[in-house]
Design a protein around this ligand. Structure first.
Ligand SMILES: NCc1[nH]cc(CCC(=O)O)c1CC(=O)O
Length: 307
C-alpha cells in the first residue's frame, strides 16, 4: 500500500502515524512515497500563491494516476471542492485545534509589550491578533514550523503564532507560551485534523484499505470539520482567507463559532450557532446557515479584501 505524503518533517510525522494506524487495522504494510507539491517549491506569501490547493494538488494527482493508494493531508490545506474519483474516506480524531503563541520569555498575547513584533503569514491569524492587540506589529513570515519558530530571537521577532497540533506532533510543545482561547482566535477550518483520501472505489467495500480507514474514522471530528468546511465553501473563501471557525460536539449538540475579519482586524464579525441534528447533513446545514447569515450581514465584502 503506497501512501503519499509531503516531505516536510510535520507531513512525514503525521503521515507515518496515520498510515501505521490504518495499516494496523487493515492488516497491510504501508510504504511512504514523498511528493513535492507546489506549496513546497514556491516561495513568497501563501496568500498570494493564486488559489487553494498548493499543498494538495500533486498528492491528488498521484492518487488519480495510481502512483499512490492513500494520501494524507492536513485537512486545512485541502480545498473544499470535491475531486471526481477521489474521496476523503477517513478523518481521524482531531488534535488540539487551537492556535498557539510561541513568545520569548514565556509571554502571553496579553503580556507582550506594545510594539512587539509577531510573525505570521496567515491573514486570519494577523487579523485576529490585530483585533485583540492593535498595538502590536505583524510581520509576514513563511516556511515550515521549525523555520518559523526559529525567528523568535533577539533582534528579530518577539513571538510567532502556529497551530498547536503541528507543534505537538513535532514534539515542540515546550515552545508554546499560550494556547490561544478560541474566544480570542478561532482556528482555520479543519485545523488539527487530517484527511485520509483515496480513490473512490477504495473508500468502501471489503478490501484491507477500506477496513483500515473505517477503523480510524472519528465521527465527532468528521461532523465538526464538515460544518467548518461547509461554511468556508459557502463563503467562497480559501485557506488563506481571514475566516476562523471551530465546531465541536457538546452534549447532544454540534456547535459552531465563526469569525470573519477584515485584514487589519478593525472590523470583526462573529457568529455562533448550533444544531441537534448530529449527522453529516445536519453539520452541512449548520455551516450553510451561519455562512448565509454572515453574507447577509456583509461578510463577503470583508473576506474578499484579501482574496
Ligand atoms: N498551512 C500550514 C499548515 N498546515 C497544517 C499545519 C499544521 C496544523 C494542522 O494540523 O492543521 C500547518 C502549520 C501551521 O499552521 O502552523
Amino acid at each position: 500500500m503506497r501512501v503519499g505524503t509531503r516531505g516536510s518533517k510535520l507531513a512525514l510525522t503525521q503521515t507515518t502515524t496515520a498510515a501505521e494506524a490504518v495499516a494496523a487495522a487493515g492488516g497491510f504494510t504501508p510504504e511512504l512515497v514523498t511528493i513535492r507539491t507546489e506549496g513546497d517549491v514556491l516561495t513568497g506569501p501563501l496568500s498570494q500563491m493564486g488559489g487553494t490547493g498548493v499543498f494538495a494538488t500533486a498528492l491528488r494527482a498521484a492518487l488519480l494516476d495510481g502512483s499512490v493508494d492513500l494520501a494524507v493531508h492536513s485537512l486545512k490545506d485541502l480545498p473544499t471542492a470535491p475531486v471526481p474519483g477521489l474521496e476523503v474516506a477517513a478523518v481521524p480524531e482531531r488534535e488540539d485545534p487551537r492556535d498557539a503563541l510561541c513568545a520569548r520569555d514565556g509571554l502571553t498575547l496579553a503580556q507582550l509589550p506594545a510594539g512587539a513584533r509577531v510573525g505570521t503569514g496567515s491573514p486570519r491569524r494577523a487579523a485576529q491578533v490585530r483585533a485583540a492587540r492593535p498595538d502590536l506589529e505583524i510581520v509576514d513570515i513563511r516556511g515550515n514550523v521549525g523555520t518559523r519558530l526559529a525567528r523568535v530571537a533577539p533582534g528579530d521577532l518577539d513571538a510567532v503564532v502556529l497551530a498547536a497540533s503541528g507543534l505537538r506532533r513535532l514534539g515542540l510543545q515546550e515552545a508554546v507560551t499560550e494556547l490561544i482561547d478560541p474566544a480570542v482566535m478561532l482556528p482555520a477550518p479543519g485545523q488539527g485534523a487530517l484527511a485520509l483520501e483515496v480513490r473512490a472505489e477504495d473508500a468502501t467495500g471489503t478490501g484491507p484499505l477500506a477496513a483500515g480507514l473505517a477503523a480510524v474514522d472519528h465521527l465527532p471530528t468528521r461532523l465538526a470539520v464538515t460544518a467548518e468546511r461547509e461554511l468556508l465553501s459557502r463563503l467562497e473563501a480559501g485557506c488563506a482567507a481571514p475566516v476562523g471557525t471551530l465546531a465541536r460536539t457538546a452534549g447532544d449538540e454540534l456547535v459552531l463559532d465563526v469569525v470573519v475579519a477584515d485584514p487589519d482586524g478593525s472590523e470583526v464579525m462573529r457568529r455562533h450557532g448550533s444544531t441537534t441534528e448530529r449527522t453529516v447533513a445536519g453539520a452541512r446545514a449548520l455551516g450553510t446557515r451561519l455562512a448565509d447569515e454572515l453574507l447577509a450581514d456583509g461578510a463577503g465584502r470583508l473576506a474578499r479584501l484579501t482574496l
